[in-house]
Design a binder for this molecule. Structure first.
Ligand SMILES: [Zn+2]
Ligand SMILES: [Zn+2]
Ligand SMILES: [Zn+2]
Length: 486
């Protein structure tokens, strides 16, 4: 590894540090997965080789479980699938994603050993499993998984001790990385990336991690090996500085982040932002009305009301009842207005959902109004190169374009493009989409300035053809947690 090395990070165990100075957008390392599987719930919708969502997939004729884009993907995945395929056939059913991932890891360990390339900085044995930290219920689940794993694991494969198997399950539990689809919009599977496990958390990190599914091209039969994660610098990092990523979304108060980190990753965050509760005030602030702060009592009342409404809204959203989502959000934002600050996280959450769903339902004008408020709030809270900020700005830009606000729309798309060049890199499919949008909106903006009438009739036609497909159905929930939440 050229840019990074393992070191003992004070109070955090092992960590990674930079061995030379890097700048925003520099890739510190790229890493293919050790093993990865598609989620149980999406097993029929996502290619088990390249993890792309596809409307039409071809099923493996042997196990009738694995699905692939085409013969090329199927052939490329066979080496990883063949033992799983035989095991599923003889077991007579498909075990859950945890067990499938553990089995793939074990088969690979048996075949190639714990370190599969010079670039791998740690063995799997050395990774933390945190089994002794697991609460009672999780331990029970772990025992069930191990029991089923032993039933599933073929007698012809190498046999392992229960201790070793439970270590692998423990590693998956705290380090299973969410694998997203090609656009990075939805989590579709879980994988293990050993080097990434060495990167410690900071709520205000100096790096971001992004999955790049690689280029899907039939001529290149090796593309499946191109799927990788990249650790990218968010700004200047000096030689010797520890590299960090955020395991949880920054748009939570320090108290909530600390609780989430403790619960899922078993450590107490002592980062600067948690220690000094930086931005907590903004995230829970009351509004200023005519330069007078809304009384705390009122802010507290509306905050509690918002929590209830958020729960209701999430449920309606899971049920894909979008008219109900809009109804709940509208009711809530009305109560929040002039009580909560424009950086209050529960208000931001409502604006974000409302703009997304309204845009889906084609109420573009109102969607753009809330999208703009959302982006302005995000800009006051997030690191300027935060990937969530980039994605939200992109969404807001598209919404403004849809509403015919070409000038603001183009500005936002340019801004999003600048952020994604750093967080995703120029070759990521979503950055390429943004680049195409940037060029298109630039052309439209020029046209708009020359002749508004021609512009509007052209836009109508463009909306009908829907060239910007990324605003398809609202996703359940963006990917905000780095590793898989249970
Ligand atoms: Zn594929
Ligand atoms: Zn099969
Ligand atoms: Zn923290």
């Amino acid at each position: 590894m050229e840019n990074v090395e393992v070191f003992a990070s004070p109070g955090k165990g092992r960590g990674l540090k930079a061995t030379k100075e890097v700048w925003a957008g520099d890739v510190l390392f790229a890493e293919p997965y050790f093993a990865a599987v598609v989620f149980d719930s999406l097993a029929a919708n996502v290619c088990h080789c390249c993890f792309r969502r596809q409307p039409k997939l071809q099923r493996c004729g042997q196990c009738r479980f694995a699905q692939y884009c085409d013969r090329t993907c199927q052939r490329a995945a066979w080496e990883e699938h063949k033992q799983e395929c035989a095991a599923i056939k003889s077991y007579g059913q498909v075990p859950n994603e945890n067990i499938r991932l553990a089995a793939r890891i074990m088969w690979r360990l048996d075949k190639e050993g714990g370190v599969i390339s010079d670039l791998q900085l740690t063995t799997l044995e050395e990774l933390e499993d945190h089994i002794s930290d697991l609460p009672e219920d999780d331990l029970k689940d772990l025992k069930v998984d191990i029991h089923n794993f032993l039933d599933f694991w073929p007698r012809t494969s190498k046999q392992h001790t229960v201790e070793r198997i439970s270590h692998i399950f423990g590693v998956i539990n705290c380090n299973g990385f969410m694998v997203s689809d090609q656009k990075g919009l939805q989590a579709v599977g879980v994988g293990l990336f050993p080097n990434l496990c060495l990167v410690n958390h900071d709520c205000w990190p100096n790096c971001t991690v992004i999955l790049n599914n690689g280029n899907h091209s039939a001529v290149n039969t090796l593309y499946h090996t191109q799927m990788r994660i990249e650790l990218r610098a968010l700004g200047k990092i000096s030689e010797g500085e520890e590299l960090t990523v955020a395991y949880v979304d920054y748009l939570n108060t320090s108290e909530d982040r600390k609780r989430m980190l403790k619960q899922q990753y078993f450590f107490d965050c002592t980062c600067e932002h948690c220690t000094n509760k930086i931005n907590d005030d903004l995230k829970l602030d009351g509004a200023l009305v005519d330069d007078v702060k809304v009384p705390d009592e009122k802010v507290k009342e509306v905050t509690e009301y918002s929590i209830e409404m958020l729960k209701k809204m999430e449920k309606a959203r899971t049920d894909a009842n979008y008219n109900e989502v809009v109804k709940i959000c509208r009711e809530c934002v009305e109560k929040q207005e002039n009580v909560l600050a424009d950086t209050h996280i529960y208000q931001l959450k409502m604006w974000s959902t409302l703009s997304e769903v309204l845009s889906y339902l084609q109420f573009f004008e109102e969607a753009a109004f809330y999208a703009r408020k959302m982006v302005e709030g995000y800009m006051k809270l997030y690191h300027p190169n935060n990937a969530q900020l980039g994605m939200a700005t992109m969404r807001a830009g598209v919404t403004h374009w849809q509403a015919g606000h070409i000038e603001v729309g183009h500005g936002m798309i340019c801004k999003a493009y600048a952020i994604l060049l750093v967080t995703h890199g120029p070759t990521h499919p979503i950055t390429k989409d943004l680049e195409a949008m940037r060029i298109q909106t630039e052309m439209e903006l020029r046209m708009f300035k020359q002749n508004e009438y021609v512009y509007h009739s052209m836009r109508e036609a463009a909306l009908k053809n829907q060239p910007m497909k990324m605003m398809a159905e609202p996703m359940e929930e963006g990917i905000k947690s780095l590793f898989r939440k249970k």
